[in-house]
Ligand binder design. Structure first.
Ligand code: ZN
Length: 129
């Protein structure tokens, strides 16, 4: 297993981690197969989406904000219930194909850590399947 840290800078932020995942795949020596990328947090998630136009992830963040407003009503006393809901909407892991030592993503796809209660230091774990 390989781990790396992502420092987020805003409450809501989609951070490209494709390069860091590729580095982990190389360090793990995976040539062909699949990897799981897992985010061990309850207020951050992970997703795969467009890597070309940054407006796409901005729009996703905006749509999630409209679906799950920061101000409740919520019961969770910590005050970050919206971040927990959004993290579960995105999910905690993605599984990606590896071919000839490279992540086998679509041309327009990138892997994103989705921060919903930043800024924080976040961990990503990468393991061969
Ligand atoms: Zn909480």
């Amino acid at each position: 297993m390989k781990a790396f840290t992502v420092a987020t800078r805003r409450r809501t932020e989609f951070v490209t981690i494709t390069r860091s995942v590729q580095t982990a795949v190389t360090e793990l020596g995976i040539v062909d197969g699949t990897v799981t990328v897992f985010v061990p947090h309850t207020t951050a998630g992970i997703t795969i989406n467009e890597n070309a136009d940054p407006d796409v992830t901005d729009d996703m963040a905006g749509a999630l904000d409209r679906m799950v407003p920061w101000d409740g009503p919520y019961r969770h006393a910590e005050g970050n219930a919206a971040a927990h809901v959004k993290a579960s909407l995105m999910g905690s892991s993605v599984r990606v194909l590896v071919q000839a030592g490279r992540l086998h993503l679509g041309t327009w796809q990138g892997i994103y850590l989705c921060e919903f209660d930043g800024p924080r230091q976040r961990q990503c774990w990468v393991e061969a399947n």
